[in-house]
Design a protein around this ligand. Sequence first.
Ligand SMILES: [Zn+2]
Ligand SMILES: [Zn+2]
Ligand SMILES: [Zn+2]
Length: 281
Amino acid sequence: MKVVYLGTAAAEGIPGMFCACETCRRAMERGGRNIMTRSQMLVNDDLLVDFSGDTYQHFLKMRKTLVDIEHILITHAHTDHFTFEEFFCRFEGIGHGVKVEKLKMYMSKVAYEIMMRCITARNTDMKALEKRYEFVIVEPYTTIKVGDYTVHVLPGRHASENEAVLYVIEKEGRTLFYGNDTGIFSEDIDDYLVKQGVKINLLSLDCTNCDKVYNYYAHMNMAEGRSIADRFKKKGLLADDVQLYYTHFSHNPGYIYDDLVEIAKDKYGFNVTYDGLVLEV
Ligand SMILES: [Zn+2]
Ligand SMILES: [Zn+2]
Ligand SMILES: [Zn+2]
């Protein structure tokens, strides 16, 4: 699988949208990989994970539009992952030449309900919406078919109760674990994946807290990410060629990309994502 990290930051981006802190100032000054937009991943040009307001810019950077996208997996309804206000851009008469009539969007029941409340409040044309979108509700601890992909749906520890899900995406014997926007999660996840015979080739984990410890549980830091990797390894869930990556970064811990790579690699044996990173998984 070809995987592109289109965006790698947490909700406010780096530099933060309304931020003049020292970290954001340094990121702005150095540019390049230090500039991080909201998290999004593209798999093989046809499967997208999450749909933030940065989506349009992400595709423009590749000199592409989203016409070829057939499936979008939504992790949860926070704005850095799901911007349903953009739906109308694909309505008939506005989005021409799309590869499939209905774009399939997968999300938890809670995320679906949040979305519906918002789009109903906006008086969205529901007929136009139904013509161009199909919404699929996913349940944790199920394995579903998404086009040619097999996707395991797992519960994230994040957002409102039962809202966030994590996805394990498989195709042709290759597997990626997309695990951001979650705190340390239950070992039931490990057991489920063992039962499914999963061997992970790319382990991509939340690193919002970098190497700091905060008193909330909805994200992870580097040590916690490392502990998940160790746990998975013990249970035989990691393939021999596994690639380990931290992603979903915030400016609040005080690091830019240039700092993160050193800490991540030396202390924790992880790599650091950046916007535009392409991996062969
Ligand atoms: Zn997020
Ligand atoms: Zn800042
Ligand atoms: Zn979130």
